[in-house]
Design a protein. Structure first.
Length: 134
Protein backbone atom coordinates (compact mmCIF):
# COMPACT_ATOMS: atom_id res chain seq x y z
CA UNK A 1 0.00 0.00 0.00
CA UNK A 2 2.71 2.51 0.95
CA UNK A 3 5.09 1.22 -1.70
CA UNK A 4 3.49 3.28 -4.46
CA UNK A 5 3.65 6.60 -2.60
CA UNK A 6 6.67 8.77 -3.41
CA UNK A 7 8.91 9.80 -0.51
CA UNK A 8 8.13 13.50 -1.10
CA UNK A 9 4.43 12.81 -0.57
CA UNK A 10 5.20 10.80 2.58
CA UNK A 11 7.24 13.72 3.95
CA UNK A 12 4.36 16.06 3.20
CA UNK A 13 1.93 13.71 4.99
CA UNK A 14 4.21 13.62 8.04
CA UNK A 15 4.41 17.43 8.13
CA UNK A 16 0.63 17.74 7.85
CA UNK A 17 0.12 15.14 10.55
CA UNK A 18 2.48 16.99 12.92
CA UNK A 19 0.71 20.27 12.13
CA UNK A 20 -2.66 18.67 12.88
CA UNK A 21 -1.41 17.35 16.23
CA UNK A 22 -0.10 20.81 17.15
CA UNK A 23 -3.45 22.40 16.27
CA UNK A 24 -5.35 19.77 18.24
CA UNK A 25 -3.23 20.45 21.31
CA UNK A 26 -3.98 24.17 20.94
CA UNK A 27 -7.69 23.39 20.76
CA UNK A 28 -7.40 21.32 23.93
CA UNK A 29 -5.69 24.20 25.71
CA UNK A 30 -8.47 26.58 24.65
CA UNK A 31 -11.12 24.08 25.81
CA UNK A 32 -9.43 23.73 29.20
CA UNK A 33 -9.27 27.51 29.57
CA UNK A 34 -12.97 27.83 28.70
CA UNK A 35 -13.90 25.19 31.28
CA UNK A 36 -11.68 26.86 33.88
CA UNK A 37 -13.37 30.25 33.31
CA UNK A 38 -16.87 28.75 33.28
CA UNK A 39 -16.30 26.92 36.54
CA UNK A 40 -14.71 30.02 38.08
CA UNK A 41 -17.81 32.12 37.41
CA UNK A 42 -20.39 29.40 37.99
CA UNK A 43 -21.52 29.01 34.38
CA UNK A 44 -23.18 25.60 33.99
CA UNK A 45 -21.65 23.33 31.39
CA UNK A 46 -23.59 23.16 28.14
CA UNK A 47 -25.17 19.76 27.42
CA UNK A 48 -24.82 20.13 23.66
CA UNK A 49 -21.04 20.49 23.85
CA UNK A 50 -19.14 17.94 21.76
CA UNK A 51 -16.79 15.38 23.22
CA UNK A 52 -13.35 16.57 24.32
CA UNK A 53 -10.60 16.42 21.73
CA UNK A 54 -7.90 13.85 22.34
CA UNK A 55 -4.62 13.18 20.62
CA UNK A 56 -3.56 9.63 19.97
CA UNK A 57 -0.06 8.60 20.95
CA UNK A 58 2.66 8.60 18.31
CA UNK A 59 3.41 4.95 18.99
CA UNK A 60 0.01 3.97 17.62
CA UNK A 61 -1.23 2.79 21.00
CA UNK A 62 -4.51 3.63 22.60
CA UNK A 63 -5.15 7.26 23.53
CA UNK A 64 -6.96 6.47 26.78
CA UNK A 65 -5.83 4.34 29.66
CA UNK A 66 -7.62 1.21 30.71
CA UNK A 67 -8.96 1.15 34.21
CA UNK A 68 -6.78 -1.82 35.08
CA UNK A 69 -9.82 -3.61 36.48
CA UNK A 70 -10.14 -7.19 35.32
CA UNK A 71 -12.69 -9.73 36.30
CA UNK A 72 -11.66 -13.20 37.33
CA UNK A 73 -11.81 -16.03 34.85
CA UNK A 74 -15.33 -17.42 34.49
CA UNK A 75 -16.99 -14.44 36.17
CA UNK A 76 -19.25 -13.74 33.20
CA UNK A 77 -20.38 -17.37 33.11
CA UNK A 78 -21.24 -17.28 36.83
CA UNK A 79 -23.15 -14.03 36.41
CA UNK A 80 -25.14 -15.26 33.40
CA UNK A 81 -25.97 -18.63 34.96
CA UNK A 82 -27.04 -16.93 38.20
CA UNK A 83 -29.28 -14.50 36.33
CA UNK A 84 -30.86 -17.29 34.26
CA UNK A 85 -31.40 -19.37 37.39
CA UNK A 86 -33.20 -16.40 38.97
CA UNK A 87 -35.33 -15.91 35.83
CA UNK A 88 -36.72 -19.44 36.13
CA UNK A 89 -38.81 -21.17 33.45
CA UNK A 90 -39.59 -18.02 31.48
CA UNK A 91 -35.89 -17.42 30.88
CA UNK A 92 -34.36 -14.10 29.97
CA UNK A 93 -33.52 -12.16 26.82
CA UNK A 94 -30.06 -10.95 26.00
CA UNK A 95 -31.26 -7.36 26.36
CA UNK A 96 -32.54 -8.04 29.89
CA UNK A 97 -29.29 -9.79 30.81
CA UNK A 98 -27.28 -6.93 29.34
CA UNK A 99 -29.09 -4.38 31.49
CA UNK A 100 -29.01 -6.51 34.62
CA UNK A 101 -25.33 -7.52 34.36
CA UNK A 102 -24.15 -4.24 32.84
CA UNK A 103 -22.43 -6.06 30.00
CA UNK A 104 -22.66 -4.98 26.34
CA UNK A 105 -25.23 -7.09 24.51
CA UNK A 106 -22.69 -7.86 21.78
CA UNK A 107 -20.52 -9.59 24.38
CA UNK A 108 -23.50 -11.69 25.46
CA UNK A 109 -24.38 -12.71 21.89
CA UNK A 110 -20.80 -13.90 21.40
CA UNK A 111 -20.77 -15.64 24.79
CA UNK A 112 -23.99 -17.57 24.07
CA UNK A 113 -22.75 -18.61 20.61
CA UNK A 114 -19.40 -19.84 21.88
CA UNK A 115 -19.11 -20.57 25.59
CA UNK A 116 -22.86 -20.87 26.14
CA UNK A 117 -23.01 -23.95 23.91
CA UNK A 118 -20.88 -25.82 26.44
CA UNK A 119 -23.07 -25.02 29.48
CA UNK A 120 -25.25 -27.94 30.52
CA UNK A 121 -28.95 -27.18 30.72
CA UNK A 122 -28.78 -23.94 28.75
CA UNK A 123 -31.54 -23.85 26.14
CA UNK A 124 -32.49 -21.30 23.54
CA UNK A 125 -36.27 -20.89 23.83
CA UNK A 126 -36.81 -18.02 21.43
CA UNK A 127 -35.07 -15.27 19.52
CA UNK A 128 -32.28 -14.04 21.84
CA UNK A 129 -34.06 -15.73 24.75
CA UNK A 130 -32.42 -18.37 26.92
CA UNK A 131 -33.39 -20.54 29.89
CA UNK A 132 -31.46 -22.69 32.28
CA UNK A 133 -33.14 -26.02 32.90
CA UNK A 134 -31.37 -27.78 35.72
Amino acid sequence: MLRNIPSAVLKQLVKLSERREALMSQIQQVDREIVRLESRFGVPAADDRSAPVTISSKSGGRAGKKSGRRTKRGALREAIVGALRAAGKRGSTIKQLSEKLRVPSANLYVWFNSTGRKVRGLKKIGPATYRLSV
